[in-house]
Write a protein that binds this ligand. Structure first.
Ligand SMILES: Nc1ncnc2c1ncn2[C@@H]1O[C@H](COP(=O)(O)OP(=O)(O)OP(=O)(O)O)[C@@H](O)[C@H]1O
Length: 631
């Protein structure tokens, strides 16, 4: 498959620093502005995307899109703790297996690795070997999404059920078929090679949630691998799912983590030094685990399966984007949206076009929120792009410690740094390009509509990114130069991303502050800067204070607002590693403590300050801050 509509440019952060990306990624020019100059239009002569003055921009169909936003993360609508939700036992859960009911399934149910054609899933049951499984950690917040009584975690059978050794009553296990582009190259069929969905349920608020075991044994999609997961990677996935939710970022969730009691062989650095590690299984929860690759695989199989792309798109819109169906049926012309240049894309005439725009926008918002907290996913292949705009697949991810736009936590990504922090906005668009190409090859959207969705990605990303960075600085208007200069300074001096922004709220809007005292509030983050760099920082703080003064926001009000967007605690890789080291010795206390910590990342949490410290020297050993995909 080839991306037909290629645009061109470099991303916001990349434009500030030498670009590490090896393949040119064609993007709407607007993305180039992240921190840089305003732009006119894509430089490719035949590209019609532009954002210059006077050009029509997408005027959001407010009613529909607003409801879309609300619908995107129902988890956020559930008051954590004490929402009055129902409390059901495992036996009482309200199952409704729409995916298996409405979509074509594989007639075979064996787990022999094979190409599964003309089907979206294969019915298979968990089969990982299990011996005295133990419950390592659990999330009461996630249980609440399901209406599951937290007392159920204490049930003696709970680890057996969530390691797959006992069936979950009412469940309907299956593995999903999907494909994907890996590192920019079409990889063909991938599919749930070690994830097995237990079923879908409806909670008392009418929300649909899918439960899935990751590491539960082989499926037809396992290819040459074992279908298993190790404790190390499962702790990372469990904790980061909940940490991202704590940060307010859309994500798949985690219900629980159990050991299998069996060892799993892994070569962590692909260097021939394999070792046995404890096996484990995470129970993940999401409204859906559909990925861009879920549609790509069927489009890639030619005529016969193109109809499945449509069936799957209909299913997705019906179950997960119902507001689009409503919008489509509406006569209200305010739902119409303007396109670019002379063309107008009418999203009411084609529900698939409206859907592709929403997927593009959700993806753009998601990537912007990652940039805001310094999260680097590490493997942004199209099989790891959720169609709901959720963060999915916590493999070799990393939060920035020292600010470095070219940071990639994934050793496999090192030569090209395709998935480094600064490239994420570009890669998000590249992936949207593949997604829209899939829909256009199935004749669900036109090329013009595909281009339009990509354009919307660019606009939405910039709007969200500018808004996030403005809030991080506690300002009311976006100041491109101020942010650009700050990130440049941070990159030069390798300043800790999280701690710097947290400290920034201590700067006072006082233009009379003596020059020699300007850096005092930021001292803890700027300890390592040399005397020759003081001037650059002092100049930046002076300009920042001028902006604060002109914003007119009182210091205490601004500090509170900034502390609600700049986390005190993020799940740094070395913190994960400490929890992993202890857990591998049978002590699960640190995993549980970290869960509590990352559930409230914006709170000071007295007594927990050590978790905000910079990585110690040992964190730079291989396998802690830099990881491979081996898990
Ligand atoms: N140990 C394994 N056994 C079988 N299949 C695997 C294994 N590890 C990865 N895969 C499969 O390889 C593909 C790419 O792997 P990737 O690391 O992106 O996924 P993952 O972490 O297993 O799953 P997910 O994307 O569901 O979180 C997927 O199809 C995945 O199911």
């Amino acid at each position: 498959m080839q991306l037909r509509h290629r645009l061109r440019l470099s991303s916001p952060l990349v434009s500030l620093f030498p670009s590490p990306i090896s393949q040119p990624v064609c993007l709407p020019p607007r993305l180039a502005v992240g921190l840089g100059s305003p732009f006119a239009r894509c430089r490719r002569p035949d590209c019609r995307i532009g954002y210059g003055p006077g050009e029509r921009r997408y005027s959001v169909a407010v009613g529909s899109m607003e409801s879309a936003t609300e619908a995107r993360d129902p988890a956020a609508s559930v008051a954590d703790g004490g929402s009055g939700a129902a409390r059901l036992s495992l036996e009482e859960l309200n199952w409704d297996h729409s995916f298996a009911r409405e979509l074509p399934g594989d007639p075979r149910t064996d787990t022999i690795s094979r190409q599964v054609l003309h089907a979206c899933y294969t019915k298979v049951s968990p089969s990982a070997e299990v011996e005295n499984p133990e419950l390592v950690a659990w999330s009461e917040r996630t249980a609440e999404l399901l209406d599951l009584d937290p007392k159920e975690f204490e049930q003696p059978d709970f680890p057996l059920i969530f390691s797959g050794a006992l069936p979950l009553k009412g469940g309907l296990p299956y593995a999903q078929c999907y494909g994907g582009h890996q590192f920019g190259v079409w990889a063909g069929q991938l599919g749930d090679g070690r994830a097995i969905t237990l079923g879908e349920l409806l909670n008392s608020r009418g929300e649909r949630w899918e439960l899935q075991l990751k590491g539960a044994g082989k499926t037809p999609y396992s290819r040459f691998a074992d279908g298993l997961a190790v404790l190390r990677s499962s702790i990372r996935e469990f904790l980061c799912s909940e940490a991202m939710h704590g940060l307010g970022i859309p994500t798949t969730r985690a219900l629980c983590l159990v050991t299998t009691g069996k060892l799993v062989n892994r070569d962590m650095f692909y260097d021939g030094n394999s070792k046995d590690e404890p096996g484990a299984i995470v129970c993940r929860v999401a409204q859906s685990f559909l990925r861009f690759g879920s549609y790509q695989i069927h489009a890639s199989r030619g005529k016969e399966d193109l109809e499945i792309v449509r069936t799957l798109a209909d299913y997705t819109i019906g179950q997960h984007f119902p507001h689009i169906e409503i919008m489509n049926k509406s006569d209200d012309l305010s739902f119409k949206v303007g396109g670019v240049g002379s063309s107008v894309v009418d999203l009411t005439s084609n529900k698939y076009a409206a859907w592709s725009v929403e997927v593009a926008e959700r993806t753009a918002s998601l990537v912007a929120s990652w940039q805001g907290v310094g999260f680097t996913h590490g493997v942004l292949n199209t099989d790891n792009m959720s169609v709901l705009g959720l963060t999915i697949d916590y493999g070799p991810f990393g939060f920035l410690d020292a600010f470095d736009p070219s940071y990639t936590p994934n050793t496999t990504d090192l030569p090209g740094r395709r998935y480094c922090f600064a490239n994420q906005p570009d890669i998000g668009l590249w992936n949207i390009g593949q997604f829209t190409l899939t829909l256009s090859s199935a004749k669900l959207i036109s090329e013009e509509e595909a281009n339009y969705a990509m354009e919307r990605y660019g606009d939405k990303f910039m709007d969200e990114y500018q808004s996030i960075m403005t809030k991080k600085l506690g300002l009311s208007t976006y100041n491109k130069q101020l942010i650009s200069n700050l990130l440049n300074n941070m990159a030069v001096d390798k300043v800790d991303y999280t701690n710097f922004f947290r400290l920034l709220s201590n700067v006072k809007a006082d233009a009379t502050t003596p020059k020699g005292e300007l850096l005092i509030p930021l001292r803890a983050a700027l300890l390592d800067i040399g005397p020759e760099r003081k001037e650059a920082w002092t100049t930046w703080v002076q300009t920042y204070i001028e902006e604060l003064v002109s914003s007119g926001i009182p210091d205490d009000e601004r500090k509170a607002a900034m502390n609600s967007v700049n986390p005190k605690y993020v799940l740094r890789n070395y913190l994960c590693q400490s929890a992993i080291d202890a857990a591998e010795q049978g002590d699960y206390g640190e995993v549980r403590r970290l869960l509590k910590l990352v559930e409230r990342p914006f709170d000071e949490q007295p007594g927990m300050e050590k978790y905000a410290r910079l990585p110690p020297a040992w964190a730079y050993r291989p396998g802690v801050c830099m990881l491979s995909c081996s898990s």
